[in-house]
Design a protein around this ligand. Sequence first.
Ligand code: ADP
Ligand code: MG
Length: 629
Amino acid sequence: MSNQQTMSFQTEIKQLLNLMIHSLYSDKEIFLRELVSNASDAIDKLRFEQINRPELNKGEELAVKVSFDKEAKIIVIEDNGIGMSYEEVIENIGTIAKSGTKAFLENLSGDAKKDANLIGQFGVGFYSAFIVADKVELITLKAGETTSKGVKWISDGAGEFSIENIDKLDGNGTKITLHLKDGNDDLLSDWGLRSIIRKYSDHINYPIKMQKMPERDKDGKEIISTELETVNKANALWTRSKNDISDEEYKEFYKHISHDYNEPLKWVHARVEGAQEYTQLLYIPSKAPFDLYDANRRYGIKLYVKRVFIMDDAEKLLPNYLRFVRGVIDSQDLPLNVSREILQSSRDIDAIRSGSTKKILSLMEDLAKNSPEQYQAMWQEFGPVIKEGVIEDHANKERVAKLCRFASTNNDSTVQNVSFEDYIARMKDGQEQIYYITAESYNAAKNSPHLEIFKQKGIEVLLLTDRVDEWFVSHLNEFDKKQLVSVAKGKLDLGKLDDEKPSEEEQKQQEEQAKPILEKIKSALTGKVKDVVVTTRLVDSPACLVVDNNAMSLQLERLMRQAGQEMPSMQPTLEINLKHKLLQKLESSIDEATTNQLSLVILEQAQLAEGIQLDDPVGFIKRVNSFIN
Ligand code: ADP
Ligand code: MG
């Protein structure tokens, strides 16, 4: 039966292949890393399958074999793992673009070396074969199937592949033959391949085998041996003793499990004993993964039970706000047939999660204390995600809050490097509260009219401009018994800090004096503001908007609207600065039309300063222009 079928690669995969073939040449040896990694994944999957289907265990050694033929210019990578069915081959390699494919293409920098390193991270490793080969042949048989269910896939990477059913007599697994392009003869050597394997794949848990190197006899003649030898270390790194593992090995292992070819920032490796016995090897990456905010992101923890790989992406093993952590957890106690469903509601898993969370928090605390620069680098990458911990992780709320860093009026930069503790240490005599402002951007926060009185009095204000900040402050009312107070909410009460506070008598008198102008503005802005009052917080600006203490901030209201939520428009209070020229002008205006227009401009300016979209921007421009001459 001739059942050969020719199929087209999916469009994005074509683009990807084109790139592999034409531009990712500088790091060509990574093809081996990717194919060996796939082979090792396939063996992991088979081992896992064997738990419930012992008949799949034929007692043979699970291993990856690498060989080459100098004359034929081929390299062969072979595994006896899970293999693939006909449909799986079509699905996995060729016709269905994984979410990573698109993301990979979007994340290309043009720097071939960097781009080559992205390959594994985005789950497009198989195609790297075409960096060195102009023809790739894959033969595979799914574990548990009869030999006649073999599949042969061939492609030159140009746009199509052929696929057919064949007999595969040497058992389940996958064999990939690379027909090398010209100019790759350097890869066809015992030493060459061994050194690439040791460089990238030493920590693969299974033996990677190659034919023994030829020896020479007394007369210098080569004796070719058909015996195989293992060229990598082939043991689970995390099961070894810390003292026997070099930093280099830890780093390589990180790259292997995370598919991130940047070095990790820091790691922790510990064996936990007690009610739950497990080993954890957890890494903090130095760079955020591309899908940190993607709801379908991959999670970075691999779960093993007694060294048997159980699952990737074990999202239950760490809370969401630590989703950037990568690593391995190997449990002694969980059942081998543990499933995602069991993980959902397992007390054993809860214990592991809570232990691992504490380990990571300690690691961060240690960084913050002993290597502030590294900590800062980490905060730069993951700060907004870590802040989610205050919302998500009730048990560790205080610890997480302590780890948070913010931009502040104390610095003149966007860098978030002020902790609550730093802030408290700098609080003014008599200051009892921690002041903050939330805004859409650093500049909007820093230049906000709400800060004027604070600047004048030299009181520090934290500038919160991450999207998560509104939720952050709504879950954190205080730190170290000091209340967190928004400078844009409620009646400003500086308490003991207000040294120039007028006496009650004077205040009454001022209010009385201001009544006419307040009434004028109120009637001009009927239905647009809740109230108009004389400010205590402005120095230079004419006006600002303030919401009630327990109301949603204007910034949050805007974020909710952006997220598509219907929001009733809240009416803020307009605070006016009577010392400002515009208000003096308004005070002396006797013409009602001018009064109305001026009042509107004052409101609109205050809205703009809050980052609010004006109802009638063109009208605003006309109004402003009419006052210019
Ligand atoms: P990733 O490994 O990140 O999933 P790849 O492009 O490297 O992405 O591989 C694509 C898919 O092809 C794998 O997820 C796997 O399902 C399948 N695959 C690749 N190589 C093998 C192999 N040696 N054995 C079984 N399946 C494989
Ligand atoms: Mg892969």
